[in-house]
Design a protein around this ligand. Structure first.
Ligand SMILES: O=c1ccn([C@H]2C[C@H](O)[C@@H](COP(=O)(O)OP(=O)(O)OP(=O)(O)O)O2)c(=O)[nH]1
Ligand SMILES: [Mg+2]
Length: 143
């Protein structure tokens, strides 16, 4: 990982066993209700092939302030060498969110992934679910 802003720390895991390493904002930013902003984190990464870094929201900020990420989870490709950025959004209908440089705004989860070889076929094999989806198994207030 490369620090593009030497005064801020590398992402870090808050506890042993945590999946996400917290990312910070390098800038002060205020988000009005409904507003979004692309926020720099001051770090870049070179992942090994076969790995991806996913930018996830932090649940505490979501629960307390309505802060989330527009494209959650953001995808950082192994070949990407630019600064990791976070597309924050304030979902609170009333309160602005004020973030200060160094605040932990998101978390980076690094995972292995599979790549598929997509094959064009005339028909798919049958399954129990079939094409049922979008609530086909029920929702609120139903057994
Ligand atoms: O939350 C994010 C999402 C993406 N990226 C960077 C890393 C990623 O590798 C690159 C491209 O992201 P993505 O593929 O999601 O965006 P796109 O709109 O498809 O852009 P591109 O055409 O460059 O692939 O942008 C971030 O820094 N943060
Ligand atoms: Mg892309």
């Amino acid at each position: 990982m490369q620090r593009l802003d030497p005064d801020l720390p590398l992402p870090s895991y808050a506890h042993p066993g945590d999946a996400g390493a917290d990312l910070v904002t390098t800038v002060d930013v205020t988000l009005a209700p409904g507003e979004r902003a692309m926020v720099p984190t001051g770090v870049a990464i070179a992942l090994p092939e076969g790995f991806v870094a996913l930018v996830h929201p932090r649940s505490g900020l979501a629960a307390r302030h309505g802060l989330s990420i527009v494209n959650t989870p953001g995808t950082v490709d192994a070949g990407y060498r630019g600064e990791i950025k976070v597309m924050l959004i304030n979902h609170d209908p009333r309160e602005p969110i004020e973030l200060r440089r160094g605040d932990r705004i998101a978390q980076l989860v690094i995972q292995r992934f599979e790549r598929a070889a997509f094959v064009d076929v005339a028909a798919l094999p049958e399954s129990v679910r079939g094409s049922g989806g979008y609530g086909s198994t029920g929702g609120f207030g139903q057994p």
